[in-house]
Design a protein around this ligand. Structure first.
Ligand code: SF4
Length: 337
């Protein structure tokens, strides 16, 4: 398989450092790209003089989580890789470098198309930041095989782009099948949950495609089990994130009121990095996640007690039907402070 490169745009970073006269620059990479961090830091150091390049070694899962207030405000510039900006107010200049992937999209898309029934006429197309620069190529590949491609603009995302917590670009498309070009099961799962349509995951990193149905069924079974267990809960912890792009304070307060109204105990817990061991000191029966929606779904097996999304809490409390199960979303409309 060909080597996959990412375009880290060192010249753009150099120009930004020179433009604002930055002395201390912090680099933020998602987990999958941290292996490139030292090389990228070296390449930046080679083209600028007297600039301290700091690699943020903490976990980073999205543009919701910026390092602008780290190192006790010594930072002049954040360079945030592989995500597109969210409308979040930052404490220092932040440069987003999308880090587009060179991975081939033709082979996995053709693999996906070869598995379609003859009655499929329209295809919805979505992808992630790493592959969005190849959107025109993706459309041509599908149209060349005689299908009609439909795309939509999301709220806070670009055309055909999905985030792990924002599926607005696909929700309202009337299509026979959806092709998601990317590697994350979670994104494909979100597309499936929001549309209930057949979803094929075309993975540029493996060159293969697969139907998401089996994974979707498995996740729904797990969620059903967590909801069933949470029906025994008498006390809840409502987790609030201190990350700006994950902060849903008003939602947390309304959930607290809702739980209390149903006669149960509710405590608000503020967290930055959320992990099972950090919840151990709290003698609570279940937790509700107002931070990143991925935590309740992706990391479910790590938590002994149920960790619910706000919608799942509504099912537990009997104010939403299981048939109306929805994935949680964080849609940031206005600049968040
Ligand atoms: S909240 Fe979660 S899914 Fe949304 S951008 Fe942040 S890390 Fe990704």
């Amino acid at each position: 398989m060909a080597t996959i490169d990412y375009d880290y745009k060192i010249d753009v970073i150099r120009d930004k450092i020179e433009e604002i006269g930055a002395s201390n620059v912090i680099l933020q990479f998602p987990e999958g790209l941290k292996v490139d961090a030292m090389d990228v830091a070296d390449r930046i150091s080679e083209v600028v003089d007297d600039v301290n390049i700091i690699i943020d070694a903490d976990p980073c899962f999205g543009a919701c989580d910026l390092a602008d207030n780290k190192v006790n405000h010594h930072i002049d510039l954040v360079v945030h890789f592989a995500h597109t900006p969210l409308p979040i107010k930052t404490e220092c200049p932040t440069l987003f470098i999308e880090a587009y992937s060179s991975a081939d999209v033709e082979v996995p898309i053709k693999d996906a198309l070869s598995s379609l029934d003859d009655n499929v006429k329209t295809i919805g197309l979505v992808t992630t930041t790493q592959h969005i620069h190849k959107l025109d190529e993706m459309i041509s590949l599908i149209e060349d095989e005689g299908y009609i491609v439909k795309l939509d603009n999301g709220m806070g995302t670009s055309q055909a782009q999905v985030l792990g917590c924002n599926f607005t670009s696909i929700k309202n498309l009337d299509v026979d099948v959806i092709i998601y070009v990317g590697s994350g099961d979670f994104h494909a799962l979100g597309v499936k949950l929001f549309t209930k349509k057949p979803v094929l995951l075309a993975d540029p990193f493996t060159g293969k495609s697969r139907d998401i149905e089996a994974f979707y069924d498995k996740i729904l079974r797990v969620r059903f089990a967590r909801i069933t267990k949470a029906k025994e809960a008498k006390s809840y912890g409502i987790i609030i994130s201190s990350k700006k792009g994950q902060l849903r304070f008003d939602l947390a307060i309304s959930l607290q009121n809702l739980i209390k109204k149903h006669g149960f105990k509710a405590k608000l817990l503020n967290m930055d990095y959320i992990s099972p061991d950090r919840l151990l000191p709290f003698d609570l029966d279940a937790f509700v996640m107002t931070a990143c929606p991925r935590i309740a779904i992706d990391d479910s097996a790590m938590y002994k007690k149920p960790v619910l999304t706000p919608g799942e809490l509504e099912i537990v409390l009997g104010i939403r039907d299981w048939d109306d199960y929805q994935m949680d979303e964080i849609i940031i409309h206005d600049e968040q402070t």
